[in-house]
Design a protein around this ligand. Structure first.
Ligand SMILES: [Zn+2]
Length: 346
């Protein structure tokens, strides 16, 4: 059956997800959004104790259950200290490249639900003042956040309700160019979450049933390595949808879907990977098979945690991952189409 994709819906949902902050562990804004998006499509959401979102769709074969995971968490920061002069010092949540966030606007999310914006700066923040403004290494010990508030001391910052352990989210800068490129932070992994939602929409509208029970899951701890560490026992396959990286060792491109054969931890299951490659071939998708180095997914997190399951992974080629990233709508579409083939075809 010809699938009636709504690519505008996919793009809109991607933007909504990207514009909703969800640094590692901060689920309280994005989970209600997921409930709303699921309800609009006619699905219900359930959770496990790690606040992972589940949309469970019954299949033709009720004896087999597979998970399609697309993590919702993103890189972010956490307040580690407030300096006497009111500057905020931070710890990273996930693999932040501090060079990449200098000059970025951040939002502090306090425990009481207040938000304040600020600017990420190096402590040697101006070439007019510091000899080492260009050369000082940017890391968590040299970078800080100056709040966009009239505060000049630790006491004044604390009086705003800001405390150690508060979450900071980064401005994403979501843009779609006329040529089809998507430029934004957090394409990792909200482009993949949007592919899952776009497929759920197609399935509902065309009344399509998955091959087997299929749980679309959206974890919150991938960026620090344990998003897939808990998987319910009945799950026999974990397909991780996650961005694919691009570089000299890789055949992936922004307009392709990359099937990950091996990551930094383990090769993915050969039978499942073969199946994905055959489906990509049969559909004549623009795809690549690649081996990733400084990279892992919730699929390998599930295997590492000792679950008795097959893992597989694929996603759209993404340039400058963990920075302001870029992919192309063609890569997103190829990813969604391969996902549909996995879920709906034997
Ligand atoms: Zn990711």
């Amino acid at each position: 059956m010809e699938l009636q994709w709504n690519w505008e819906y996919l793009t809109e949902v991607m933007e909504k997800l990207i514009e909703t902050p969800s640094p590692v562990s901060y689920y309280e804004e994005i989970n209600p959004l997921m409930e709303k998006l699921a309800a609009e499509l006619g699905y219900e959401v359930t959770y496990d104790r790690k606040h992972t979102v589940y949309i469970k769709v019954p299949g033709k074969n009720r004896e087999k259950t597979v998970c399609v995971g697309a993590h919702l968490d993103t890189l972010g920061l956490m307040v580690k200290r407030i300096d006497e002069d009111g500057m905020i010092r931070v710890r990273n949540l996930g693999g932040i490249n501090f060079n990449n966030i200098e000059g970025e606007t951040v939002t502090v999310h306090t425990r009481s639900g207040k938000t304040y914006t600020g600017l990420v700066a190096c402590q040697s923040h101006s070439v007019h003042v510091y000899d080492d403004a260009k050369t000082l290494e940017r890391n968590e010990n040299t970078m800080m956040v100056i709040l966009d508030e009239d505060v000049h001391s630790k006491e004044e910052v604390k009086a705003l309700g800001i405390e150690n352990g508060d979450i900071l989210s980064l401005e994403p800068h979501f843009t779609v160019t006329p040529s089809g490129f998507i430029k934004s932070r957090f394409i990792d992994n909200k482009a993949c979450a949007a592919c899952s939602l776009a497929l759920l929409k197609v399935m509902k509208e065309q009344n399509l049933t998955p091959v087997c029970d299929t749980w679309f899951v959206f974890p919150h701890y991938e960026e620090i390595g344990h998003g897939g560490a808990y998987v319910p026992d009945e799950v026999s396959e974990y397909l991780a949808l996650d961005i694919a990286v691009i570089g000299p060792d890789h055949n992936g491109r922004e307009d392709r879907v990359s099937i990950c054969v091996k990551d930094n931890f383990s090769p993915y299951d050969r039978e499942l990977t073969d199946r994905l490659v055959r489906k990509a071939e049969a559909l004549q998708l623009n795809y690549a098979a690649d081996v990733f180095y400084r990279y892992g997914t919730d699929g390998s997190a599930a295997v590492r945690a000792g679950h008795n399951l097959k893992a597989g992974a694929f996603g759209m080629g993404t340039f400058a991952s963990h920075g302001i990233e870029r992919t192309h709508m063609d890569g997103v579409k190829n990813t969604a189409k391969l996902l549909a083939a996995y879920v709906l075809e034997d």
